[in-house]
Design a binder for this molecule. Structure first.
Ligand code: GN1
Ligand code: MG
Length: 352
């Protein structure tokens, strides 16, 4: 852990560090908690420069969002600058930044049917959207352009098909066909979401369950992981949260018979969400929410499949077929959601 201490010394006095603990289960960044003998614990995170080329822009976005939130609530972490006043530090070619830790908090990677937690997740996402929904998008840099657009993700998929090796093309062939069959209908959704009548707002862009902190009473406190906070739509955030909040199995589950969309958790989340967002959401946005879980789950499956075809250059993987397993998992969830689409829509319609 000496290298972590070497980085930590740019953000705090190292005499105050009691313990360094590796944390997190993200696919992209390395994260540590510094347990401090005084003041808040510190979350120290390496920025994956491979994914985030514009480290300056990314740091600006994280700092701006945490500063904005700090005027409204004390539930969110505070941005910590380096002792010399910079937004991040570069050590041995790697970039690092720090924020305060939220005390007595935990994350879940599965809600195991717990309605109260699902409702609370909805409330927390709704609050986040309310707090940032009318902030000028110009304050944030578009560091990951077209992040949730199907046009971009299909372009990358078709490029990957051209360069993939025979072995992976063969093992993924059923799912490649599946993705090709879906292209037209997914493009329709994408064009419908990223259209002129849907406002671009500052949203989270990665509000998955493991990015929601809970307190010991099982109430969600806040969202974490601000790397993707930038202009986007509340529709994709709504879908992305449900992709994991209402999933009966985790994203890594191989046993496809366990992969289902839990309608009760969906209902609870949606109730909590709509209740908070009702004064901000437009009719056009609300009318499109129902297909968001299907759309964004499909996009994730497509991204995992693309990365598999690219020999795992983007997501960290624990074994050779990991990205393919994740793609199959997400496509299985898409199929389940598809069968429930009418019911999903009626829940949103019935909540006025
Ligand atoms: C990545 O790094 P992590 O796990 O927070 C990805 C998200 C995906 C997610 C899938 C910048 O997030 O878009 O939804 O994996 N983040 C980026 O679990 O690509
Ligand atoms: Mg993330």
């Amino acid at each position: 852990m000496d290298d972590v201490i070497d980085i930590a010394k740019h953000f705090c006095s190292i005499d105050l560090i009691k313990e360094v603990e590796p944390i997190g289960n993200g696919h992209i960044n390395r994260t540590y908690r510094l347990h401090m003998s005084e003041g808040d614990d510190i979350i120290l995170q390496q920025i994956n420069n491979n994914v985030f080329n514009d480290v300056e822009g990314l740091s600006n976005n994280v700092e701006v969002v945490l500063n904005l939130l700090s005027y409204i609530t004390d539930k969110y972490p505070k941005y910590i600058k380096t002792l010399s006043g910079d937004g991040f530090v570069k050590v041995s070619g790697d970039y690092w930044r720090a924020i305060t830790s939220v005390p007595d908090s935990k994350v879940y990677i599965n809600l195991n049917g717990n309605s109260k937690r699902a409702f609370s997740c909805g409330t927390t996402l709704g609050e986040f959207h309310n707090m940032l929904g009318n902030v000028s998008v110009d304050m944030f840099k578009d560091i990951l352009p077209q992040f949730h657009s199907a046009e971009r993700r299909y372009r990358e998929f078709h490029d990957a098909l051209k360069s993939a090796n025979m072995e992976r093309l063969k093992s993924a062939s059923v799912f490649i066909d599946y993705a090709i069959d879906f292209e037209e209908s997914i493009m329709v959704y994408s064009n419908d979401i990223f259209s002129d009548n849907i406002p671009l707002r500052i949203v989270h862009n990665d509000p998955k369950l493991s990015n929601i902190l809970f307190n010991n009473n099982d109430e969600a406190i806040c969202l974490i992981d601000y790397d993707t906070v930038m202009a986007g739509t509340i529709i994709t955030d709504f879908g992305d949260a449900l992709r994991t909040v209402a999933a009966k199995a985790n994203e890594d589950e191989e046993r496809t018979d366990r992969i289902k969309f839990d309608m009760n958790l969906y209902r609870q989340f949606t109730c909590g969400y709509l209740n908070k967002i009702k004064d901000t959401i437009t009719t056009e946005e609300k009318n499109k929410l129902y297909y968001a879980p299907l759309y964004i789950t499909f996009i994730m499956g497509l991204r995992f499949l693309t990365d598999y075809l690219n020999n795992d250059i983007y997501y960290s993987t624990a074994y050779a077929e990991h990205n393919l397993v994740r793609a199959i998992n997400q496509f299985t969830l898409v199929n389940d959601i598809k069968g429930k689409l009418k019911d999903i829509e009626s829940v949103i319609k019935s909540d006025v």
